[in-house]
Design a protein around this ligand. Structure first.
Ligand code: NI
Length: 167
């Protein structure tokens, strides 16, 4: 296992589109283990996308279970995730390992249905709400080369500089 280097703004690779995973082999499992180790090494990161370590395949890890009073599915590896239905919207504060100096207010759907493959290739659907739904939308954006700073309501009033990273 290894802790991978996280790309940060203004690295142009963060704008790159990620490709679907087609082969569910040992190399994929090893990469997922490294990505999870990297997420855990980060300061309280609830999610990480493969693109953030310069690996441009559609893979996301999500775990918001350490957030109190947040409905969640625990630790999830989402391969080739697709949001197939969404409802509602709310503004909320987001941070990102790739944007260490800022948090920002972003509008996201409050309820989503997400279809993804597990690391063994099996397709699964998840109903997500609240912070877990927000985190999933944030991470899937990374696979399309988007950061939360591209989605803040206003760069003038809805970006907040922080001195010390805390998610
Ligand atoms: Ni992020």
């Amino acid at each position: 296992m290894a802790i991978l280097k996280i790309l940060t703004l203004p690295d142009p690779q963060l704008k790159q589109m990620s490709e679907p995973v087609e082969t569910f082999d040992q190399a994929l499992q090893a990469f997922i283990a490294d990505l999870e180790e990297t997420r855990q090494a980060g300061p309280g990161a609830v999610g990480i996308a493969a693109a953030q370590v310069g690996h441009f395949q559609r893979i996301v890890i999500l775990d918001v279970s350490n957030r109190p009073k947040t409905p969640n599915h625990g630790y999830l590896v989402l391969v080739n995730p697709e949001i197939v239905h969404w409802e509602g919207y709310a503004m909320g504060r987001e941070g990102c390992l790739s944007v260490p100096d800022y948090t920002g207010n972003v509008i996201r759907a409050t309820h989503i249905r997400l279809r993804a493959q597990r690391p063994d290739g099996q397709v699964q659907e998840y109903e997500m709400e609240g912070f877990e739904a927000r985190a999933a939308q944030h991470e899937i954006d990374h696979l399309d080369g988007l950061l939360f700073v591209d989605r803040v309501v206003s760069r003038r009033t809805d970006l907040y500089r922080r001195k010390v990273y805390q998610s």
